[in-house]
Design a protein around this ligand. Structure first.
Ligand SMILES: Cc1ncc(COP(=O)(O)O)c(C=O)c1O
Length: 323
């Protein structure tokens, strides 16, 4: 199992990959390292291993490279995405970067709808580096506001667009079924006992869960969601107060764990200070949930996902995400 001690340098590696606009870049998406969070696990839940996929290694810098590529490839295969058409979707940022990168490599224009308050660095990447057109929705309406604006744009000129609609597209969760889950199974030598992931579109949790329980039906799978409806965990949805993604099937999971924004932010700082990794707030939420779960177990191999790194400012014990 790979252990990484210099995350800042590795995060830059992902950015270097982004500049390499070749088909090989797309083929190289996936096969991310599995990090062993030994310091936090030993302190919080001795006897339990907490392992986490470092998804910022993907070209595009996040977990969303996997579903974005699969949805675009399926669109081409099914004849829904043809030469001259524009890829359109709503995104909290990471899927947008992935679509923009993929569009650039494959020769498609890309238009993205996102809340105005997504991370500044991501907005820059999409529009400046990858030439995507960005349309902003009301930040107070979050990801649901972007979904509505995107649907309106598509309905006005459906012939112009390929709208993967990541919230309702089976190719989203299937990307994780085909790639993320087999990687976890192999990287843990089949020892994984629990899997947790945050719910945004729910593609990660649904796809990985479905495949892992096929390998071993005793594996428990848990969705991580923000405890508050108004929260600061970028990329995640509070289901009770949100448009529920069509691909989300709660009955296929073992359960859910709620995390407060403050717990997620505190864990981002602990990951930085104790494990030497710099990640976004949804990664903090995932590890905070893994620790909550770990405290209820005597032993186990708990695996989770670190969806992205973040351009954060961690100073004087406080955490500020770059907006
Ligand atoms: C930072 C971040 N974390 C977590 C997620 C959730 O992943 P999924 O959409 O597979 O549920 C997303 C999705 O956009 C994200 O951008």
């Amino acid at each position: 199992m790979e252990k990484v001690n210099h995350p800042q340098i590795l995060a830059e590696t992902a950015y270097v990959k982004k500049a390499d606009m070749t088909q090989a870049t797309l083929d190289g998406i996936g096969n991310t390292p599995l990090l062993n969070l030994t310091k936090i696990a030993e302190k919080e839940c001795p006897g339990v291993q907490i392992l986490a996929k470092a998804e910022w290694y993907n070209a595009g810098g996040s977990v969303k490279a996997r579903p974005a590529l699969n949805m675009v490839r399926e669109g081409i295969k099914n004849g829904l995405l043809k030469k001259g058409m524009t890829i359109l979707d709503s995104t909290s940022g990471n899927t947008g970067v992935a679509y923009a990168m993929i569009g650039k490599v494959l020769g498609f224009d890309v238009e993205l709808v996102m809340p105005k308050n997504v991370c500044g660095a991501r907005k820059q990447l999409m529009s400046s580096a990858y030439d995507a057109k960005v349309v902003y929705s009301d930040p107070l309406e979050g990801s649901d506001g972007s979904i509505i604006v995107c649907r309106d744009m598509y309905n006005k000129t459906p012939e112009k667009y390929f709208w993967p609609d990541q919230y309702n597209n089976d190719a989203n969760w299937q990307a994780h079924y085909k790639t993320t889950a087999p990687e976890i199974w192999e990287q843990t030598g089949g020892k994984v006992t629990h899997f947790l992931a945050g719910i945004g579109t729910s593609g990660t949790i649904m796809g990985v869960s479905r495949r892992l329980v096929e390998y071993n039906s005793r594996i428990k799978t848990l969705a991580v969601e923000p405890e508050e409806s108004l929260h600061g965990i970028e990329g995640l949805k509070h289901m009770a107060s949100s448009i529920v993604p069509g691909i989300y099937k709660e009955s296929d999971l073992s359960g859910k764990i709620s995390v407060k924004t403050e717990e997620a932010y505190n864990m981002v700082m602990r990951l930085h200070d104790e494990e030497n990794i710099l990640v976004g707030t949804s990664s903090g939420a995932a590890v905070a949930a893994a620790v909550k779960l770990g405290k209820t177990l005597n032993e186990g191999v708990v695996v989770t996902i670190l969806p992205d790194s973040c351009e954060c400012d961690i100073t004087h014990g406080e955490f500020h995400c770059d907006k």
